[in-house]
Design a protein around this ligand. Structure first.
Ligand code: GTP
Ligand code: K
Ligand code: MG
Length: 438
């Protein structure tokens, strides 16, 4: 990353041409250069219409100018936003002009956010949330990203980190001042209750990681079964698109095919796979190997068969399996009600509708007010797991030194999620709580 003393700029709005293009500038020279371009200072945080001129006096464009003197800005530095006409030539001319000023350079990917982090305007969770918000395509993704971007989850973690620091301070006090009279006896009893409670809260929060992953990355549904069970036909019917090749030849599908459908605000990723059988053809064998591998990280397996004794997916899997009876337009009399969970035919909408209902019922329930305060990335879940492990070690140990060390590790694990490891001085806490009198 280049010098933080540089002033950076970039086009912050989307593809050109567009009605309006927003060019963002941040850094020590942002305000002075803006004054030069716009013929004088503009009032902070007020949209002001100005003619923008190059240094030789040429008019570049007319547009709205917004200035945000630091630290009250996105990056915490002096910032300027120029809203100009979104033509390619207009934007190019303006970017070329900006490049001529000393210390000015084009921003690198993510550099505005990086500066916001450096100036403690945003933590890592909020930055990740912001990135997710920009790429959100479903309502659920928007809400999950918003919860992170607005600091809701950061606040939760800060509250927990604070309680950990407090618990550690109490233990340190017991260690350092055990022979003093004014320290209450066995502070441990008081703090372990809260530590246990904290452990439960973090574990419950971590349990939401699966929901976060489903919202962010989609609910993975793998269609599996013997050749000619109707897998590709079902994929096409659910996607309402002619995606997979369908023929009456067993072994038609070899590559894994995937399509995203939207259900109840969630992305559902459907996978069509090669029919499972003992194959000799090396291409088909590879297709079957890929089909089996995909079963391992499905959220749900649709095990298809057009006959009651034809289901092939081993039922001992950890992953939920729905048995789907297919082609019931021609096979209904051979089926017993209990032989499958859902009965479909691509010729009949009712069966497909009941399959869609069964899928929807398996998606997370996001109707609770706080239900978007869940870990959204693997990184978060990993650190939370480390935090819980350290808490368990602290609770299990009877050695004050080890307890304190494990509580510190638990707090550090939380701090790594937000990128802000708690630097609060333990002694401050100790002295503010106890009247040590020294
Ligand atoms: N009558 C009827 N025929 C169906 C239905 N679904 C699929 N078929 C037929 O069954 C045959 C096999 O369908 P596919 O969708 O290719 O089956 P598949 O499981 O993908 O087969 P492989 O890719 O070869 O493993 C085709 O001739 C389809 O037209 C159905 O609901 N009703
Ligand atoms: K087929
Ligand atoms: Mg197929």
């Amino acid at each position: 990353m280049s010098a933080a003393s540089d002033t950076i700029y970039s086009l912050s709005s989307g593809g050109l041409p567009s009605g309006v293009a927003v060019i963002r500038i941040s850094g020590p020279s942002a305000l002075t250069v803006c004054e030069g371009l716009c013929g004088g200072p503009v009032p902070p945080r007020v949209a002001t219409l100005r003619t923008i001129r190059s240094r030789n006096g040429d008019v570049v464009d007319q547009g709205l100018v917004l200035s945000f003197p630091g630290p009250a800005s996105f990056t915490g530095e002096d910032c300027v936003e120029l809203q100009v006409h979104g033509g390619r030539a207009v934007v190019d001319r303006l970017l070329d002009e900006l490049a001529t000023f000393p210390t000015f350079r084009h921003a690198e990917a993510g550099e505005f956010s990086r500066r916001a982090f450096a100036h403690v305007k945003l933590d890592l969770l909020e930055i990740e949330g912001l990135a997710d918000l920009i790429s959100a395509e479903t309502e659920m993704q928007r809400r999950l990203a918003g919860e992170h971007a607005r600091g809701g989850v950061s606040q939760l973690y800060q509250g927990w980190a604070k309680r950990l620091t407090h618990a550690r301070a109490m233990i340190e006090a017991e260690l350092d001042f055990a022979d003093e009279d004014d320290v209450p006896g066995s502070v441990s009893d008081m703090i372990w209750q809260d530590t246990q409670k904290l452990r439960t809260e973090i574990a419950e929060h971590l349990a939401g990681a699966r929901t976060g992953a489903i919202i962010r990355d989609g609910y993975r549904v793998v269609i599996s079964g013997p050749p000619n069970a109707g897998k590709s036909s079902l994929l096409n019917a659910l996607a309402k698109q002619d995606i997979a090749i369908v023929t009456d030849i067993a072994g038609t599908t070899r590559d894994v095919l995937s399509v995203d459908i939207s259900l109840a605000g969630f992305v559902v990723k459907l996978f069509d796979t090669a029919g499972l059988r003992e194959a000799v053809d090396p291409v088909e064998r590879e297709g079957i190997r890929r089909a089996m591998a995909l079963l391992e990280d499905a959220d749900l397996i649709l095990s298809l068969s057009d006959t009651p004794d034809g289901f092939m997916v081993p039922p001992d899997s950890q992953i939920e399996i729905l048995r789907i009876a297919t082609k019931i337009d021609i096979s209904s009399e051979s089926w017993d009600r209990a032989a499958a969970d859902v009965f479909v035919s691509v010729e009949q909408p009712e069966g497909l509708q009941s399959l869609i209902s069964a899928l929807t019922a398996r998606l997370p329930d996001q109707t609770k007010a706080d239900s978007f305060a869940v870990p959204s990335r693997r990184r978060h879940a990993d650190h939370l797991t480390q935090c819980l492990t350290a808490l368990d070690e602290a609770v299990e140990s009877v050695d004050l030194d080890i307890q304190s060390e494990q509580l510190r590790r638990a707090g550090d694990a939380l701090g790594r999620i937000t990128g802000r490891v708690d630097v609060e001085d333990l002694l401050d806490v100790i002295f503010s709580e106890f009247c040590i009198g020294k």
